[in-house]
Design a protein around this ligand. Sequence first.
Ligand SMILES: [Zn+2]
Ligand SMILES: [Zn+2]
Length: 187
Amino acid sequence: MRSFTKFDLQYAHRFYGFKGEAQYLHGHTGVLTLEVEDSVNTGVNMVFPCNEIQKTAWDVLKNFDHALILREDDPLLPAILGVYEAQGIKNGTPQNTMKGEAFKTELATAYPDSRLVVTKETMTVEGMIKIVYDLLKDKLNIVKITFTSGVNGATEEYEAKNDIARCPLCGIALNENGVCHKCGYKA
Ligand SMILES: [Zn+2]
Ligand SMILES: [Zn+2]
């Protein structure tokens, strides 16, 4: 069976080099849907608790919310960083608190202190799906990701791996030592 959960992400971006209005900086509320598949965990009677999917994914996805997403070769990037630097906000402020944990993958690097994500490819809805799968594929048994932003939408399906060990009492993923961080159960 599948569990799924949704996230709203408000972000600014542009398509650098694109011949259309999207080459201008603009914003969206994107909706990301993550579908996770596994057997129904006996006793817990869930595939995976949705609040745990939320928590696991949001730790990473927070980086895209109220953030600027630019491609690595976009000349706006040094320009904006220059302004943030001059203003003294490039390396964060005490008010910049809703931050995700910084990450770096082949496809994207998050700089939570300046609320910026730098991408290798243009951040289209398709691009976002690739980035998110890469970030979460080892943490959640993702079988489908859908992302919509304005009139654009894309969806991709993945092979179910079903190899994430879950706590028989809470249904959440066990850590690398086989321990449940919620109830302390040990496999
Ligand atoms: Zn756009
Ligand atoms: Zn547990």
